[in-house]
Design a protein around this ligand. Structure first.
Ligand SMILES: [Zn+2]
Length: 421
C-alpha cells in the first residue's frame, strides 16, 4: 500500500497499561495477579479518566467530553471531515483486570504517539475515544456510553439511571467533573476499530495471534420467577409437590441440553438462582432463575428462546407451578462491516501474524458504533481465557501484535480516498 513500515513502541504501551492499572489496583488470589477496580463514575474512574485525558493533551489531541462523559481525542488530518476512530472503555468490573477495555484506548494513544514520532499526518483525522460505563457493573445497561453516543438511548434516560448503590448516574457524572459540553448523539466517525482482549480461550488454544472479529453474538437475558408451594420435606409425598426448586434445577439442565442440541455458536447459561425459603427440610415455594442465551444468528437465537419457553410451559404444567419471565436484556447479533473486517485481516497478514476470523462472545462498544459507521474489531489472546478477574493477562508480544495491527488498519482507513460506505 506504500505505507511506511511503522511499529508501535511496546515499552511505552506497557508503561501506560501499568500506570493506568495502578489506579484502583487490586490483587488477585495469587500475588502476581494485579487487577483493577474502577467502577464507572467512581473516584477511581475519575482518576483514570484524568490520567488518560492528560496523556491525550500531551499527544496534541483535541479533547472533547460529551454530555454523558464520553471522551474523544482527535488528531487532525490533511483534510477535514469525519475521523477514523478507535477506542474502547476504561471502566472495569469490581474484580477486573488491567487489559479489558483499557488496551483498546491505550493502544489508540500508542498509534497516535507512533505517528507523531514519525511526523506523519493521515489524510483523514484520527480519533481515540473512551466510552462511559461500558461494563454496566454499577449502572445497567452495559455499553451505555456508546449506545447514547450513537443515539440508541435518550440522554435523559441514561442520566436518570439509578445504580446498584442507589446513586443517580447524572449526579455522579457531574460530581466527578465529566458532564461535558459536547452534545450527544456524537459525530459519526468515518470508521471505528476496537482492539480488545478476546476474554475467551480460542486464540490461545489454537496458537493464533490475532482474532479478526466478524460479528458479535446476540444476547438474550431473562429472569424467571417460579412459584410453587412450600411444604414439609418429609411428609409431602412426591406426587403432591409443587416444587419450585426442582423446576429451577430442571430448567438449568434443560438449557445445557438445548445448547448441545443446537450446536454451533449456541451457548446457554443459568448463572444465578435463588430459592425461597432456601431451607434443608422445606420444599421450595419460589425460585428466581436467570437465563443467558447467545448466538451469532438471530433466527437460531429466537428458536432457542421459543424452545426454552415451550419447555417452561411443559414443566410448569407437569409440576403444578407458575412461571413468569422478565426480559433483562436483548441485543440482536451484529455483523461488522466486511471492508473493515478485510482490512483487519490484511493488516495482520502483512505483519506476518497468524490470524483467524471469529465471533465475539462478549458485548463491546464496537457493536454500538456499527449502527452508524463501518466498524470492526481486533482480538488478542487472553492467557487461559480469563477475564473480569485480576488474573486477566495477555502476553506482551500479543499486545504488541494487536497494537501494530490497529496502527496499520487505522492508517489504511485514514488514507483511503474511496467511500467506505
Ligand atoms: Zn471490555
Amino acid at each position: 500500500m506504500g505505507q511506511p513500515e511503522l511499529h508501535i513502541d511496546l515499552a511505552r504501551l506497557l508503561d501506560r497499561i501499568e500506570t493506568l492499572g495502578a489506579i484502583g489496583a487490586i490483587v488477585g488470589v495469587e500475588p502476581e495477579h494485579r487487577g483493577c477496580a474502577r467502577l464507572a463514575l467512581t473516584e477511581e474512574d475519575k482518576l483514570g479518566r484524568d490520567l488518560v485525558v492528560e496523556w491525550m493533551h500531551a499527544l496534541g489531541l483535541e479533547v472533547s467530553v460529551d454530555h454523558l462523559g464520553n471522551v474523544v481525542g482527535t488528531r487532525a488530518g490533511l483534510t477535514d471531515g469525519p475521523a477514523v476512530m478507535c477506542g474502547s472503555h476504561i471502566d472495569t468490573v469490581a474484580s477486573g483486570g488491567r487489559f479489558d477495555g483499557n488496551l483498546g484506548v491505550l493502544a489508540g494513544l500508542e498509534v497516535v504517539a507512533t505517528l507523531n514520532d514519525a511526523g506523519i499526518t493521515t489524510q483523514h483525522p484520527l480519533a481515540v475515544a473512551f466510552f462511559t460505563n461500558e461494563e454496566g457493573a454499577r449502572f445497567a445497561p452495559d455499553m451505555m456510553g456508546s449506545l447514547v453516543y450513537v443515539g440508541g438511548m435518550p440522554l435523559e434516560q441514561a442520566l436518570d439511571t439509578v445504580g446498584i448503590d442507589g446513586s443517580r448516574l447524572g449526579d455522579d457524572l457531574e460530581s466527578i467533573g465529566y458532564m461535558g459540553a459536547t452534545p450527544v448523539p456524537g459525530a459519526v466517525p468515518r470508521a471505528y476499530v476496537e482492539l480488545h482482549i478476546e476474554q475467551g480461550p480460542v486464540l490461545e488454544a489454537e496458537g493464533v495471534r490475532i482474532g479478526v472479529v466478524e460479528q458479535v453474538q446476540g444476547i438474550s437475558w431473562q429472569e424467571l420467577t417460579i412459584s410453587g408451594e412450600s411444604n414439609h420435606a418429609g411428609t409431602t409425598p412426591m406426587s403432591h409437590r409443587h416444587d419450585a426448586g426442582y423446576v429451577a434445577g430442571h430448567l438449568m439442565q434443560y438449557v445445557r441440553s438445548l445448547a448441545a442440541d443446537i450446536g454451533g455458536h449456541q451457548v446457554a447459561t443459568c448463572g444465578a438462582v435463588t430459592l425461597t425459603p432456601n431451607l434443608i427440610n422445606v420444599v421450595a415455594a419460589n425460585a428466581v432463575l436467570t437465563v443467558d442465551l447467545r448466538n451469532t444468528d438471530e433466527q437460531i437465537l429466537r428458536d432457542a428462546e421459543q424452545r426454552f419457553a415451550a419447555e417452561c410451559d411443559r414443566i410448569a404444567e407437569a409440576e403444578g407451578v407458575t412461571i413468569s419471565s422478565r426480559v433483562l436484556a436483548r441485543f440482536e447479533p451484529v455483523d461488522f462491516d466486511p471492508l473493515v473486517v478485510d482490512e483487519v485481516e490484511a493488516a495482520a497478514d502483512s505483519l506476518g501474524l497468524t490470524h483467524r476470523r471469529m465471533p465475539s462472545g462478549a458485548g463491546h462498544d464496537a457493536q454500538m458504533l456499527a449502527r452508524v459507521c463501518p466498524s470492526g474489531m481486533v482480538f488478542v489472546p487472553s492467557i487461559h481465557g480469563i477475564s473480569h478477574n485480576p488474573a486477566e493477562d495477555t502476553d506482551p508480544d500479543d499486545l504488541e501484535a494487536g497494537a501494530n495491527t490497529l496502527l496499520r488498519v487505522m492508517m489504511t482507513l485514514a488514507s483511503q480516498q474511496k467511500d467506505l460506505q
